[in-house]
Design a protein. Sequence first.
Length: 326
Amino acid sequence: MNLALGAMRFGTGVDERTAFDLLDRFVDAGGTWIDTADCYAFWDSDTGHGGQSEEVLGRWLTARPGMRDRVRISTKFGAEPVVAGRWPASRTGLGSAEVRAQLESSLRRLGTDHVDLAWAHMEDRTVPIEDVADTLSALHDDGLTARLGMSNHAAWRVAAARARALGQGHEAVSSLQYSYSYLHPRPGMPGAGHRFGFLTDEHLDLAATEGLEIWAYTPLLGGAYDNPAKEVSEEFEHPGTTRRLAVLDEVSAGLGLTRGQVVLAWLAGHTPAVRPILGGSKPDQLEAAVAAVRTVLPDDARARLDAVEPLTPSVDVDRVPDTDAA
C-alpha cells in the first residue's frame, strides 16, 4: 500500500492507547511503513527534546510479538534540539559522531537493532556534504539501516551526496522527504520551518532522472482541504490555489470522494511516484486515507487536475506588448 503512517505526535498529542489502535488498524489494512523521528514531538513535550514517538513505537513492537518482521520503520536524525527552546539554532546536526549517537539512541527507544530507512532530517551546512554522504553510507555499511534518505535538503546537495557515495562505491541516498500536496506554496516560502521544506520541480526532476522515491509529509495541509474550521495557510494564498481548488471541487464531486481523498489518490498515482505520509490521529481518518490511496483516478480526472498550473505564471505571454510594432 502506497501510504506511510506518520507517528509524529504519538506519545504527546496522541495518547498511547490511541496510537496503538491506529498502528494495529494500519497493519491490518495492509500498511507497512511507519515514519517517525528522534525529535518528535519536542514542541509538544515537557522535556523540549522529543523521543516520545519512538518510545511509543518501541513499546508497541514489544507488545506485538513478530510485528517487527511485518513493518518497516523509518526515522530521522539531525533536528533534535540540544538546548530546549532554542530550535532551530540549537540542534544536533549532521556531524559524524552526532549522527551515530542519534541513530543508536533511536534504536534503543525503538527496541530494534536496525531501521529500514534512516533520514538526514534537515540541512546542516556546517558539515561538508561529502562528509554527510560518508556518514550516511557508514550507517548502512554497519547494518544500522537498510536504506538512506534526505529530507528538507536543496536538490543540488542531494545530488552531490549521491555522487559522492556512488563514486566511492557505497550505498547512496535513495529517498527524498518533503512537504508536497496538490496545492503549491508561493516560491521562496519556508516549509515547516525548514528552508527547503517544500518539494520543488528540481527535486521532482532529480527523482525522476535517478529513480528516487519521494515521501510527502503534510499532504492534506493539516486537514484544510475538508475541515471548514481549518484554513489554507498564507503561503498557499495566490490565484493558482483558487483555480486548483475549483477543479478539485469538481473532481471530488464527480467521484463521490472528499477533496482530501482526491489529493491522496492523485499523489499515490503520481509520476514520479510519491508516498503520502498520513499524520491523522483518528480511525476514520486512517480509513479514509487507505481507501483514497487504493483509488485509481480515471485518466480524465487526473488530466483535469494536472492541467491547472499550480502557480500563477510570472509573465502572461499573451499580454506581452509587441515592442517591434512601434
